[in-house]
Design a protein around this ligand. Structure first.
Ligand code: GLN
Length: 340
């Protein structure tokens, strides 16, 4: 090709690229506007819903103002949409279990979770001891308390300090910011977590806890007391939506091959004995915590986080559930199909 023709060809290609990029940018902007509108609608619709009740078996959680209600969406291209009380830090509680599971898989492979913890839903409460007794002695799945404490025990560490530091560093990578513990929550739960200490000893006794029981319970209690804002938790979920790469910092936090397995367990067991109804209504892999947070993942697209302390009888935030369901239904986001 002569140089003039070649120049024209390149110019045409550049023009096509610009047009395509322009269309993509417009589409993203429109999507962000739609998402912001829906998030605002969901917040307005459910903010006065006073059903449910703060967790009080951890005394400090009973004192968190019940009217708090925040919603954040983080898309895989890093767009952040915030509505309501998004700057209040709250304890991550059981939403943490997802990220310790990821750390164990990253360090020791997926089989460490499948073989040593198991991935079966229990249909029982998150702190059920009966569920361990009824199974083969393993902890059932990494999202109930026994499985979460077992996952902590599988983190490769020579000391409690190292175990804790690895977990906190992992969560901070997922959030793209340095996270810290909410001391009042940690002190309150550490003084009252006799049931979790019991669970750890039952597992250790049957050979299904892989480090010292009280050390694992304490590190687990600390991980549950990590403070997050809606945005920080949404970036953590957005990292899973984005195949394991943080959509804000672009850091890879977990191998892509582990992500579908993590999302599968979130779908089957993220809401404990409320998981069936959640799959039915929202159709999204998600994880709840008794601090009032819920992180839902729309694979390849976004994470939606809701935070509001009052919980239903399964320990899942009422307002956060309703808001995420509303957004999912309106956009047809269910992983089982849009249904329209
Ligand atoms: N730290 C809480 C506990 O162990 C976590 C429970 C939850 O969020 N479902 O009971």
């Amino acid at each position: 090709m002569n140089p003039l023709k070649q120049h024209r060809a390149w110019s045409r290609l550049a023009l096509i690229c610009l047009v395509v990029a322009g269309i993509a940018a417009t589409a993203t902007a429109q999507d962000a506007a739609t998402l912001a509108k829906l998030a605002k609608e969901a917040h307005a619709k459910f903010k006065d819903d006073a059903s449910g009740k703060n967790a009080d078996y951890i005394p400090a959680l009973a004192k968190v103002p019940s009217q708090l209600f925040g919603l954040t969406i983080v898309t895989v291209d890093g767009t952040v949409i915030n509505v309501g009380d998004v700057n209040t830090g709250f304890s991550i509680q059981s939403c943490s279990k997802v990220f310790t599971m990821a750390l164990v898989m990253q360090e020791s492979g997926a089989s460490a979770i499948l073989d040593k913890v198991n991935v079966e839903p229990t249909g029982e409460a998150f702190n059920s001891i009966r569920a361990i007794e009824e199974g083969d002695g393993r902890a059932d799945n990494p999202f109930v308390n026994p499985g979460a404490i077992a996952a902590v025990s599988l983190v490769q560490a020579k000391s409690a300090q190292e175990r804790w530091e690895k977990i906190l560093a992992c969560y901070s990578r997922f959030a793209g910011e340095k996270l810290t513990v909410l001391d009042d929550i940690y002190t309150s739960e550490a003084a009252t977590n006799f049931r979790n200490r019991g669970i750890a000893h039952v597992l250790f006794n049957s050979g299904h806890l892989y480090a010292e029981p009280l050390e694992c319970t304490d590190v687990y209690t600390k991980q549950c007391s990590v403070g997050v804002t809606c945005k920080q938790l949404a970036v953590m979920g957005g990292t899973l939506a984005n195949g394991g790469v943080n959509p804000v910092t672009q850091e890879r936090c977990v191998d892509a091959k582990h992500v579908p397995k993590i999302l599968a367990v979130m779908t089957m067991a993220g809401f404990y004995d409320g998981s069936g109804a959640w799959a039915w209504s929202a159709g999204l892999p998600a994880k709840t915590g008794v601090g009032g947070g819920i992180v839902a993942v729309v694979p390849g697209k976004m994470a939606i986080v809701g935070f509001s302390p009052p919980l239903d009888s399964f320990g899942n935030s009422v307002r956060a559930q309703k808001a995420i369901q509303y957004i999912s239904e309106n956009l047809g986001l269910s992983i089982f199909g849009p249904g329209k």
